[in-house]
Design a protein around this ligand. Sequence first.
Ligand SMILES: *Cc1c(COP(=O)(O)O)cnc(C)c1O
Length: 367
Amino acid sequence: MIKFLDLQKITEQHTLEIHEAVSRVIDSGWYLQGSENDLFEQNYSNYIGSKYTIGCANGLDALIWIFRAYIEMGIMKPGDEIIVPANTYIASILAITENGLKPVLIEPKLETYQIDENQIESAITPKTKAILIVHLYGQCAYNQKIGEICKTHNLKLVEDNAQAHGCLYNGKKTGSIGDAAGHSFYPGKNLGAFGDAGAVTTNDVELAKIIRSLANYGSSKKYVFKYTGRNSRLDEIQAVVLNVKLKYIDREKEARKKVAKYYIENISNPKIILPEISDWNSHVFHIFPVRCEKRDTLQNFLTENGVQTLIHYPIPPHKQECYKDWNNLSFPVTEQIHKEELSLPMSPVLTEDEMKYVVEIINRFEV
Ligand SMILES: *Cc1c(COP(=O)(O)O)cnc(C)c1O
């Protein structure tokens, strides 16, 4: 069986180093808000190219804190509108609704799966306060037009960088392009911890201060509470794991690219629609998405032949029960993607034999 993502094998590459690092934290007797956390925040800021990194409990919280901090700053208030792609993981949308803000869903472009910048301006109202772009599947969603729209309409640009660590736009890392970015280090992400972890990056000192406080019960001084925050901190053990794994992220990015190149050059089945790559530096291949009209048949065929695949994602946010009021809305492009998308095995440890086998099976697929 070729696994979709072999986390055990990814970890095995660094077993000794990680065991040594985790042991160091265990032996230190200091498990929260310590030197590993400080070091990770420094390392990650350097990597992304942002002034501040604030470690927190997970990627969803990172996004929640960004909007909450803007509310605390008086820049947004409940009822305000946030523009966001309709085809994203539910967390992007939850971060908005959790704050009493209103998501305004925008269709993606079918070729790239990224938010369609040409449909943004007609959705802007006096209540619009921000655009949340999602670098979905690891591909940069930003472009010049989005930047111009934000400037013209005085909107904050927030990035959901959960899937795109190390992705570049004109030499700049995603996560450093907008006003603030949320990052996830969920184990399956390109930079993954051994449990839940996340971070916010920003150049805004005020925003950084408020988020640090919100994620620590709303306190920046012990037993003094300025905000009704929550406990949303990054563990020292997760921080030390991330400090080790961050060293290898660029090498792993190249390995993922190699897999993607191999798939693109060798999958020749006309029933399979391959992703369009305009700039190989602007994609870190968290996911390698293909589309197929008979997606479910394709997935069964691959499973029967020992190739594990996943669907990202089977049900779009506006069709979920938790957002009942939107269930009748129509987003044809989004719905088509959710119906046709299939994610092929993708990881930095996929061997050439495995890639070859995946391609061989997929090229043999007939409807
Ligand atoms: C994973 C993910 C998140 C949430 O991250 P968690 O760490 O799982 O909370 C947010 N947005 C996107 C696009 C994601 O893929």
